[in-house]
Design a protein around this ligand. Structure first.
Ligand SMILES: Cc1cc2nc3c(=O)[nH]c(=O)nc-3n(C[C@H](O)[C@H](O)[C@H](O)COP(=O)(O)OP(=O)(O)OC[C@H]3O[C@@H](n4cnc5c(N)ncnc54)[C@H](O)[C@@H]3O)c2cc1C
Length: 411
């Protein structure tokens, strides 16, 4: 399926790139040599940037069917990488198109309005890119940035479609290129409507906070039970976006791993470390507060690995939550496979579910835990971090050596 989707994308791109060859605009008829090459290259770059821009909505839109194939974190990584490509293409495109015309600045005349739309588009793309890359240094909160990011994304797509439809005779005349733009805009609109309706759909399935418990330093474990609907279907290691309706916690959705296991379907559990303004308020939730969950997402699960192979899990602090879910699941299923868990925490006080982890180590015969603490006895960090890094490296090398030994002797 993944291959089919990627192939379809490349075919669409190839189809789009034939347009500057098969449907030359009159401006191209009177250009020769390098000027023609430059103009055509500019159009190719512009069309590639345009397709990439429209692709960002399904990439970052938290679509479940794409998550199952590619995994949402992988799609978000692609989205971040595409941003660089879009910026470079969008900067080079006007240079290639304008240089053969002998100008570098669009004249301030009414007839050039589609070009000015293009200038506006470039400004919004660059602002979107700069703010996204340097949001934290600019002191912009994630949820404020996300709100503007979505509006700017929609503005970029709208400006792009108007720009393409009116900037060149290739697209202003009725014909296959214009039709292709309308089809692309229609598909984009369908994705947008589907994504926009995802939270209203989620609201039909409310959850209720049934337990709030402190675990480890700065950590709150929140348990949720479905109101009326059947249990939430997920696999260990997956995450979801959670939004609470509470007097003390704002309702913006945040991503958290389900630290519970689907083998105990009575409720869902999220283990949340206070790391910023929103997570610091989670401890103020009350029993009976409502919650909505969008997901599950992700393919980070032992269920996607070969059941006969040893697992090596490396976790830092609260990053243990997916492993906790997997270990609980494995313990409930009496999974005997060898597991090495390297878990780094600042100090013993930071360890979440310390007693349960000890129980899991007793139940799972194949589990070997390597705890690492980066704070030294006096509470300072310093050399202890280096000790931890050396420990992690030595452990990974030891486990890898053991795996290759087993692989060689069990062939
Ligand atoms: C897939 C995934 C699984 C996670 N699982 C856990 C977990 O099990 N336990 C846990 O304690 N933390 C988990 N986190 C981290 C958690 O999402 C952030 O710590 C939390 O959203 C921080 O919010 P804040 O406003 O308190 O902090 P801030 O200081 O405002 O934000 C810190 C960082 O968190 C991210 N973030 C902030 N708001 C959001 C948001 N609305 N949506 C998505 N990301 C946001 C941004 O990268 C931001 O830079 C997970 C994150 C991801 C992506």
């Amino acid at each position: 399926m993944a291959v089919a989707i990627v192939a379809l994308l490349f075919l669409t791109l190839a189809g789009a790139l034939t347009i500057p060859f098969a449907f030359e605009s009159p401006s191209m008829w009177y250009k020769f040599g390098m000027e023609k090459v430059s103009l055509r290259t500019g159009k190719i770059l512009g069309l590639t940037a345009g397709l990439l821009i429209l692709l960002q909505l399904p990439l970052a839109g938290r679509l479940k069917f794409l998550d199952r194939i590619f995994s949402l974190p992988g799609l978000i990584r692609q989205h971040r990488m595409h941003a660089w490509a879009i910026v470079i293409l969008a900067l080079v495109h006007p240079l290639c198109v304008l240089l053969p015309e002998g100008k570098l600045i669009v004249p301030l005349e009414m007839r050039y309005w589609p070009e000015w739309i293009g200038v506006g588009l470039l400004v919004v793309i660059l602002s979107q890119f700069v703010v996204s890359q340097w949001r934290q240094s600019m002191g912009i909160a994630f949820h404020t940035w996300m709100w503007f990011h979505r509006i700017a994304g929609l503005l970029i797509a709208s400006l792009l479609i108007v720009h393409v439809l009116y900037v060149s005779e290739t697209f202003t005349d009725q014909g296959p290129p214009r039709l292709a733009v309308f089809i692309a805009a229609g598909i984009f609109l369908m994705f947008w409507l589907w994504i926009r309706s995802s939270w209203p759909r989620v609201r039909y399935k409310p959850y209720v906070v049934t337990r709030i418990q402190s675990t480890g330093a700065d950590c709150t474990c929140v348990e949720l039970t479905p109101s009326q609907q059947p249990p939430f279907a997920y696999i260990p290691g997956q995450f979801a976006y959670v939004s609470f309706r509470s007097a003390s916690v704002s309702k913006e959705p945040h991503a958290f791993t389900l630290s519970s296991t689907p083998s105990r379907p009575d409720g869902l559990q999220f283990t949340i470390r206070a790391s910023g303004d929103w997570t610091h308020t989670v401890g103020d939730l009350s029993i009976g507060d409502r919650a909505f969950i969008q997901g599950p997402f992700g393919r980070f699960s032992h269920l996607y690995t070969d059941p006969d192979r040893e697992l090596i899990m490396i976790a830092g602090g609260i990053g243990i939550t997916p492993m906790l879910s997997m270990l609980r699941f494995m313990a409930d299923h009496g999974d005997p496979r060898p597991v090495t868990l390297i878990w780094r925490n600042r100090s013993k006080e930071n360890v979440v579910f310390a007693d349960e982890m000890a129980d899991l180590a007793a139940k799972l015969t194949g589990l070997r835990m390597i705890p690492i603490f980066t704070r030294n006895a006096e509470g300072g960090s310093g050399p202890a971090d280096w000790i931890a890094i050396r420990w992690i490296l030595c452990s990974v090398i030891a486990v890898a050596a053991r795996r290759s030994f087993y692989a060689a002797h069990h062939r």
